[in-house]
Write a protein that binds this ligand. Structure first.
Ligand SMILES: *[C@@H]1O[C@H](CO)[C@@H](O)[C@H](O)[C@H]1NC(C)=O
Ligand SMILES: *[C@@H]1O[C@H](CO)[C@@H](O)[C@H](O)[C@H]1NC(C)=O
Ligand SMILES: *[C@@H]1O[C@H](CO)[C@@H](O)[C@H](O)[C@H]1NC(C)=O
Ligand SMILES: *[C@@H]1O[C@H](CO)[C@@H](O)[C@H](O)[C@H]1NC(C)=O
Ligand SMILES: [Zn+2]
Length: 441
């Protein structure tokens, strides 16, 4: 009887040891192949940004493909850009999930207020020192967790972060046309190839329209509406290409933007803002970023800050003037060293001119992110998104945690909230997350 029990005991012990061994083996398999299993368990993600696509641009023109997406995917009424409504600052907030004061890309122009140097927007796209300020963009984080990522013209995708480059990147050439529909389709073909033939997991794709047409012709024009129809056809082309590449059930797509656009008010209708009329810029300032839409910064000469401030504070009824320390916290810009001592923000439609009205733009941005004309467009579709789902407006900083969730990537510290977008997703993804990649037994 005793020996019988002992025998059972030995067998049970042996079994237990075996199962422990099995557990250890399973765990090591699981840890060892974590990137692989993540790749299998999670769908791929394409983020497309159309520069300057205002939230309501699809409402005054026929857009059959975008309309179809409303039924087959998610639409947010609009989303809020960060407080500096410009291309580089806003795109970098989307890809890092950080406020501007946290990522440091405070302007489209790279500048040094000591030397007075200014590097124009397109040339900054190859300058790591402008972008690499400690906030890691999603490409790098995802790569470090075993995924393959690429950037097609997306601002910030062409530089190194802590010495690391994006797996594959293309940087837009200076002076290349932004509105060639044939090239737009070729770019989609290229990206589909990256996903389908080279197993990339995450790609960002950037288009320079409708920003260009919004600037040159104005947002309320037939020319702008034509570009929106071109974008609509391109989205139709994208969906056909996804289908032909077998990606329809494996690729999530987010379509968004960086800011909106508004018509610039001209001298016949309003008194334009010309700072030189109120302050001697040459005498009192040593650096400025002006003549660039509705947002500007000034660096006074030594001891001249109060003089500049006093001269401008009540100079023009449509100009807001802040000392750096007075900037409202909820702009999330004032903590950064690159923000200059005096910051200017004009009312909607008033450009900030330094000495003359040189700006021939009919439309512009850079105005307060609270203005409806600055709000951005947001759509999403794919296997993890609900259909026919209308989302409430949210801050663009929350696109980042959504993208991490979709890719199964553990996010960096960020300022977004997954709670803003969680309701867009079907439940399956959330269950998948529990099963993987942590291998809970
Ligand atoms: C600006 O240029 C000066 C002189 O070359 C340099 O010492 C300084 O570090 C630069 N500032 C920034 C913020 O890059
Ligand atoms: C990124 O790093 C590589 C390797 O060190 C270097 O060749 C390349 O020029 C760097 N790119 C930029 C934009 O600094
Ligand atoms: C558009 O791009 C295609 C392909 O690069 C080129 O052949 C064509 O000439 C371009 N069209 C225009 C109007 O620039
Ligand atoms: C934004 O996120 C960073 C990183 O977690 C944090 O240090 C910073 O305080 C956050 N900003 C705000 C306004 O919460
Ligand atoms: Zn622009």
């Amino acid at each position: 009887m005793l020996s019988y029990l002992t025998a059972i005991c030995i067998i049970v012990k042996a079994l237990r040891m075996q199962s422990e061994l099995l557990l250890v083996l399973l765990l090591s398999v699981c840890v060892g192949s974590s990137p692989l299993s993540k790749k299998k368990a999670y769908n791929k993600l394409l983020l497309i940004s159309f520069d300057g696509f205002r939230w309501d641009y699809d409402q005054d023109v026929d857009t059959p493909n975008l309309d179809k997406l409303v039924k087959e995917g998610v639409k947010a009424k609009y989303i809020n850009p960060p407080a500096i409504t410009m291309t580089s600052p806003s795109h970098f907030t989307t890809i890092t999930g950080r406020w501007i004061e946290d990522h440091g890309v405070v302007h489209n122009i790279m500048f040094n207020d000591t030397t007075g140097s200014r590097v124009p927007h397109k040339a900054t796209l190859k300058r790591s020192e402008w972008w690499d300020n400690g906030a890691l963009p999603l490409w790098i984080t995802a790569q470090n967790q075993g995924l393959r990522t690429a950037s097609f013209f997306y601002p910030g995708g062409g530089v190194n972060y802590s010495g690391q480059a994006v797996n594959r990147f293309l940087v837009e050439d200076q002076g290349s046309p932004d509105d060639n529909e044939t090239e737009w389709r070729q770019n989609i073909d290229t990206v589909m190839g990256w996903f389908a033939k080279e197993d990339f997991d995450f790609v960002t794709l950037y288009y320079g329209e409708p920003d260009n047409v919004g600037h040159s012709k104005g947002p309320e024009t037939e020319e702008r509406r034509k570009v929106i129809q071109q974008i609509d056809r391109t989205i139709g082309y994208l969906r056909d290409s996804m289908y032909k590449s077998g990606l329809t059930d494996h690729l999530n797509v987010i379509l968004t933007s960086d800011h909106g656009m508004t018509t610039i008010k001209k001298a016949e209708d309003v008194k334009e803002i010309i700072l030189g009329d109120y302050v001697n810029l040459l005498k009192l300032t040593r650096f400025d970023l002006l003549d660039y839409g509705g947002f500007g910064m000034i660096t006074p000469r030594e001891g001249k800050q109060q003089d500049v401030y006093d001269a401008l504070k009540n100079a023009h009824p449509n100009l807001r003037v802040y000392k750096k320390e007075e900037i409202p916290d909820n702009f999330h810009i004032k903590k950064h060293a690159r923000i200059q001592p005096i910051v200017l923000l004009a009312d909607l439609g008033f450009n900030i001119n330094s000495r003359l009205v040189l700006d021939i733009n009919k439309g512009d941005h850079g105005f307060s992110n609270e203005e409806m004309d600055m709000k951005m467009f947001f759509r999403a579709f794919g296997p993890d998104f609900k259909q026919n789902f209308l989302a409430e407006p949210f801050d663009s900083v929350s696109i980042y945690p959504l993208m991490c969730e979709l890719l199964g990537v553990v996010p960096e510290a960020n300022n977004g909230s997954f709670g803003d977008t969680k309701a867009m997703l079907i439940g399956k993804l959330l269950i998948k997350k529990q099963q993987n990649p942590y291998c809970v037994f």
